[in-house]
Design a protein around this ligand. Sequence first.
Ligand SMILES: C[S@@+](CC[C@H](N)C(=O)[O-])C[C@H]1O[C@@H](n2cnc3c(N)ncnc32)[C@H](O)[C@@H]1O
Length: 311
Amino acid sequence: MITTHQPVMVDEVITYLITTPDGIYVDGTVGTGGHSAEIGKRIGPKGELICLDVDRSSIGLAKKRLSAFGEKIKIIRESYLDLDRVLKRIGIDGLNGILLDLGVSSYQLESSGRGFSFLKDEPLDMRMDQDRNITARELVNNSSMERLEGFLWNYAEERWAKLIARAIVEERRRGSITSSRQLALLIETTIPAKYHPRKRHPATKTFQALRIAVNGELDNIADFLEKTPLLLVKGGRLVVISYHSLEDRLVKQAFHHWEKGEVYPRKLPVFPKARPSLMKALRKKGLRPCQDEVNVNPRSRSAIMRVAERI
Ligand SMILES: C[S@@+](CC[C@H](N)C(=O)[O-])C[C@H]1O[C@@H](n2cnc3c(N)ncnc32)[C@H](O)[C@@H]1O
């Protein structure tokens, strides 16, 4: 069964992303094409939408879903990190808008068979890009206890990081950890029952941390944000939807640096003199989905959307 991913905050994405129907837009994380289908309907015959994703199966599903739009939508299996090279290759030198909808899709969680969900019994893989070398199974079975603890703390702020890392290392002395169910059960029995979170599975954070580690998600976001202002035309917009505070923190930091005129927030020193801003945040605070949307699509409850404009 293929699960349909319900795109999050669609109205808000359309309102902030599309400044002209004849513009050129990028959906950097097309998934199965939920947002792109809506963007496709809103851009005119001269408008263009370029869709990227690293997941081969998602790209296949998006191609089917978006085929009715014809030439107006191009779907390419590439990382958004390589967007600058993709644009050069197809002869585009400035964008009117870029959308990044971060995290994992419902399709990947529920139907990809790659062990993203602690509710399934699947091989521990967690690669979004099936051509990457390292799987979650390799990280879980071959990383030192300190490295595992680092993943859990740095990528999910898991307070039980040390205990879980120790339990994984002890468990693998008895044999490899190979499935999502095996790992989820191990965590369930490792974290004392009275400390299990009320509203989520005790393995939620561990699965998030491993997925981020396998796919280099936080580095990808930070690296991409370094290049973003240079990809947009004046008035072009960046819309980012994050699903946890570590992602959102990177977006907020980039916005802050852009306002100070710094293109490369991580690599350049802070300038002593004020420089003209490159991008301005369109709203000081991130936008949240409305309660009606959360009721219909509970996955949207952790979403936070931020928008910046090239000036
Ligand atoms: C939350 S889903 C996007 C869902 C999509 N907006 C929709 O409506 O169907 C995030 C997607 O980002 C993709 N992704 C992750 N890292 C990527 C990268 N570096 N470049 C391109 N896509 C990436 C994942 O494979 C996944 O399909």
